[in-house]
Design a protein around this ligand. Sequence first.
Ligand code: PLP
Length: 386
Amino acid sequence: MPFTGLVTELATLEARGLKRHRRVLESPQGTRVVVDGRQFLTFCSNDYLGLAGDARLAAAAGEGAARYGVGAGASHLILGHATAHHALEAALAQFVSLPRALLFSTGYMANLGIVTALAGREDAVFADKLNHASLNDAVLLSRAAFKRYAHGDLAALEKLLAASAARRKLVVTDAVFSMDGDIAPVPALLRLCERYDAWLVLDDAHGFGVLGATGAGVLQHYGIASERIVYMATLGKAAGVFGAFVAGESDLIEMLVQRARPYIYTTAMPPLLAHALLASLEIIAAETWRRELLAQLIARLKRDVAGLRWRLLPSDTAIQPLVIGANDEAVRVSEQLARRGLLVPAIRPPTVPPGSARLRISLSAAHREQDVAQLVEALLEVEKNS
Ligand SMILES: *Cc1c(COP(=O)(O)O)cnc(C)c1O
């Protein structure tokens, strides 16, 4: 019995209420889904613009399959880099107003690629404590000195930067924090990077498509540009498809082509997805009503939950965390909502700090005002009965 140790570990997870279970989705992703033959209204996805199930993107993917086949068949550096990938990189660079962009198969890999290609043993990486796990894993893999600062604490970051004698300094941060929904103070971070000659790596997984007038993301939101910025965003969230990209100065991107191992040693994303993403980019820029509707829904939710005992964290993005506190209570509230036909995930430590278990409510342009009203009504009922 080679796995008896694992059996014990799994039993411990189960006993502590920490064992994770997957729901099987029987319909396309969206605000209305079918799970176990039952329909639910959902507030779970990162599909902020409601594009994951868009018929135009499905049609573009089909067209891409007809033109390129299904699989890329090779890595980008061998013979997997198709016309669609190349065109998408050019379109992405133009969309975010940076000189050059490089596609990665996933955001996780893009983050590993950026940090390991740019930092090594002699370097230091400065990271917000609430950064995404992929950024943390990237720093560990790079072997650079890992300096973490309390969430948003610029004074603490400055102290760390001032004390560092590292050859190269990278400040890495989520642009929109994935479990809190707040936007990083990018202009202030950039000023610190200028003062201490550091580079600024921004992970805009939750800002791309959503922030800024045309959805170009956090840089457009703040109206800033700098040669120090290494911009990364994912294409499986608001863009509704799959994949990720890094954008920045031309030499920086060329160095990633040469050195980023998660770029070099992996199969290119299926070109049909790059083809679908070209269509997605056009929709993101053109259909500003999606961002406007999302903003209305966010305002509505904030207004309507004011009567609850539980409080939303201060966030202006589609990620609206309702802090419950205790782990078991957060799980219970989530389960009671599910009984009422609403799916809202409970997020517990270690994903969030102890004592701050929460419902991570995520809104989408595919929601309607009535959906938010229904959620708040259900929350009021659950609160009354708890
Ligand atoms: C989702 C996410 C990633 C990973 O992107 P994938 O394309 O899903 O691998 C990286 N960073 C942040 C902040 C994310 O939310």
